[in-house]
Ligand binder design. Sequence first.
Ligand SMILES: Cc1cc2nc3c(=O)[nH]c(=O)nc-3n(C[C@H](O)[C@H](O)[C@H](O)COP(=O)(O)OP(=O)(O)OC[C@H]3O[C@@H](n4cnc5c(N)ncnc54)[C@H](O)[C@@H]3O)c2cc1C
Length: 391
Amino acid sequence: MSEFTAIISGAGPAGLAAACLFALDDVKTAVIAPPSVADLRTTALMQPSLQLLKFIGVWTEELKSVSSPLMRLHLIDDTGNLVTAPTLEFSATELELEAFGWNIPLAQLIPLLHKKAEVLGVTFINDISLNAVTDENQITIKTELGNSYSAKILLAADGADSALRNSLGITVENWSFDQSALATSFAHTASHQNISTEYHKSAGPFTTVPLPGNRSSLVWMERPARIEALLKLSDAELAIEIQLETKNMLGRISNLGPRKAFPMRGQRATKFATKRCMVLGEAAHVLPPIGAQGLNLSLRDAAQAADLIISSADPGAETNLQEYDKLRRADVVPRQQMVNLLNRSLLSTMPALSLARAAGLSALANFAPLRTLAMRQGLAPGANLPFAMRG
Ligand SMILES: Cc1cc2nc3c(=O)[nH]c(=O)nc-3n(C[C@H](O)[C@H](O)[C@H](O)COP(=O)(O)OP(=O)(O)OC[C@H]3O[C@@H](n4cnc5c(N)ncnc54)[C@H](O)[C@@H]3O)c2cc1C
């Protein structure tokens, strides 16, 4: 007999959100993961994801106090191309929302999710999953410490290089970009007015996202050699570079936070579910940090998995796996394609592609129904939102 109904491998935000959702519905759940390392990134989570955090009970005053609402989004064409797109300004009020979402530090969110899962009765196993074997009734996970754990369903949330996904024979498609992203934060003298600004530059987007007070986080996509050089600068030198790139729009830049670089790549599992296993988060899909899609998609994976698992007599049944694969693929694939297209149109030296990008953004600037559709789609898919995200 299976010891657990569900086992989740990985204690990143995707795996922990799934654990909380299962435990809220009394699904006997275990999480297998090594001790977590503080993630210093912040993530812009859109309204449906915030709804999920509220549903779980971790959208606390404590978390709000270190996060900041995103009330407006500006897209500035800073490519220096002959034909440039007009500056696009989106306001949450156009969708009758107070904010599109909030910029939330993972260093605070992840421990809150972990604590909540523990309070809800999730069993935490401090170990590393090695592989999984499926039979008719259950799936068994073998770990580095030599233990085996079985469950009706496995959720592989063990990151982009997922050992369990690989051990179950799920291959990935991947593609790379000649870019890295530098993530950091900084203080500034002018107010950000709760505006997140994406400067479209010829080596990729440079995005500032509001934090509480006069502080913003930064994701700066650039050619890898330039990122290497930026990493070596002193704080004062890097502040000057940021000052130049932001064209003084945020005033004087100072007081930089820790910095870290990430290679830019895209990846997608060829199957999102098979053999009593659902794949979620970066184990299923990786995309460059453009338009704040990554973790928002991962939380939708978790909420969709919960809907299917909670309402089923056998959570690992083939019908559940097929439904998960179908629903998540319909959400993930077009978003990855959009992000790739926008990113490649910036990197391309082909005038036709730059022109097409400028024309597309002009249409968004000038045609109200298209703007509204784009804003709504940016937040989440229009239909089929999982239960915990509906509000
Ligand atoms: C610079 C940058 C900025 C970003 N900004 C945004 C944003 O604004 N909005 C947004 O929505 N997304 C954003 N993202 C994407 C987002 O950060 C990621 O999608 C998210 O953090 C991934 O979470 P995850 O739980 O899937 O994976 P991870 O955080 O990678 O977690 C994987 C977990 O699995 C564990 N693990 C690994 N191997 C094993 C094993 N063998 N056995 C057991 N456990 C294992 C790890 O220890 C970890 O706990 C950004 C990404 C980058 C790079």
